[in-house]
Design a protein around this ligand. Structure first.
Ligand SMILES: Nc1ncnc2c1ncn2[C@@H]1O[C@H](COP(=O)(O)OP(=O)(O)OP(=O)(O)O)[C@@H](O)[C@H]1O
Ligand SMILES: Nc1ncnc2c1ncn2[C@@H]1O[C@H](COP(=O)(O)OP(=O)(O)OP(=O)(O)O)[C@@H](O)[C@H]1O
Lengths: 217, 217
């Protein structure tokens, strides 16, 4: 059970507080706006109204004892940078900060944020990608490698054939990881014959998956 | 190549415009704030300053011809709802809208949004989950099934043993999908012997993955 200080109670900050509280963590929530502080009073263990650019006030609410700090201030770039620098200076082991722009993000890293997040920018990219490639919403990127994994429906051309016959890996340069047949999952073998209604968990690079999605139907 | 109307050029809206333009789509970007419109002028094909609660102005910029509309207005809940209702009324095939709260989201669906997004709320949940379970940032949820997929490092106890010897699937109730050995990937067989430095792509439910991460080291 960790102690996490959340600075800034906009949509992002409140969501962090709610999920952390749900996961049984000790949350200290602060905001300069009294009404926003009151709105999380039932959710977190401790909350206080304060200006997070005031180091003494942060120390007063226990910032030094926090395992993690999340700076969720949004539009006030100056306050976000100052608060991050202060919390880093208090030697909190992990400081997460949220940025408005790339430049803001770079400055946050420089003043001590161990991790910078871009909620709106990342959501915008994801939405745009799924609008252009709707099948993408059935896939996830495996962190770290450019590999996509997701479930596809067996196409008419696949039904009744084995993976070996289809030369699946050779044809699509993607790997079938798992079969999902009527809810029961099993590992594929070269001689596994695809049945109608089968779902296949496949993995491959973004480009190979894109080509497969075009070719398979 | 689709025509996409983006209403509201905050961080989320601008990110949608940039990624869509990068993907070669025809983007019409509008905002009530002249400065925000000017900031995307180099990125999109057409932009205009207008109040999106004015149906005539939306028609003037070609809203009827759009394949998709994205309502990216943030803080002005009333304008977000009205604009969504208007665009739905213009029979745009796909209307995506962004919501501040669950209630806002429900109203947007009711007035015609085919899909509602919560950028800050989703980012807040994800960050909170990775703060509590740091290994989660190495995993992705495969859409639709509660299955997590991600790469793990072979632990000391695994090295030198085959998957069969380890009774991997029985012990952890997770499936090894792929081996990544020095950058070269291959499908595992029961007699595949794990070597030091191997990365294993594993899949399982959230609970099973969590237990495996505790047990394996
Ligand atoms: N100096 C400060 N000290 C403490 N809290 C602050 C300070 N400056 C701003 N905040 C708070 O940070 C919160 C989030 O900032 P703001 O609402 O500007 O951003 P936002 O981008 O709209 O947030 P979100 O997107 O998460 O809803 C607000 O509740 C605001 O009161
Ligand atoms: N009636 C309207 N017509 C057109 N644009 C509007 C209207 N109302 C608000 N907007 C624009 O929507 C944009 C996004 O809204 P706002 O900045 O309030 O939200 P935000 O949540 O801070 O955005 P983001 O989180 O994406 O940065 C702003 O640029 C604003 O000018």
């Amino acid at each position: 059970k960790q102690t996490i200080l959340v600075v800034g109670l906009g949509r992002f900050g409140v969501s962090v507080c709610e999920k952390l509280a749900e996961l049984g963590q000790h949350v200290i929530a602060v905001d300069i706006d009294k009404q926003r502080v009151e709105e999380v009073a039932d959710v977190v263990e401790y909350c206080a109204q304060l200006d997070a650019t005031d180091e003494d006030l942060l120390v007063k609410v226990g910032a030094r004892e926090a395992d993690i700090a999340v700076v969720a201030i949004g539009n006030n770039i100056e306050a976000s940078i100052l608060a991050t620098a202060i919390l880093k200076g208090l030697n909190i082991p992990k400081v997460i900060a949220r940025a408005q722009t790339s430049i803001h993000g770079r400055v946050l890293s420089r003043v001590g944020a161990h991790k910078v997040v871009f909620p709106e920018r990342d959501a915008g990219k994801n939405i745009a990608e799924t609008l252009v490639n709707p099948w993408l919403s059935a896939f996830s990127a495996v962190p770290g490698g450019g590999v996509l994994v997701g479930e596809i429906e067996a196409s008419a051309g696949m039904v009744g054939k084995s993976l070996m016959e289809l030369e699946f890996r050779k044809t699509y340069n993607c790997i079938v990881l798992l079969f999902d047949r009527k809810g029961s999952r099993f590992l594929p073998r070269p001689d596994s014959v695809i049945q109608e209604g089968d779902k296949l968990l496949v993995a491959g690079t973004g480009e190979d998956i894109a080509q497969m999605m075009e070719k398979k139907d």
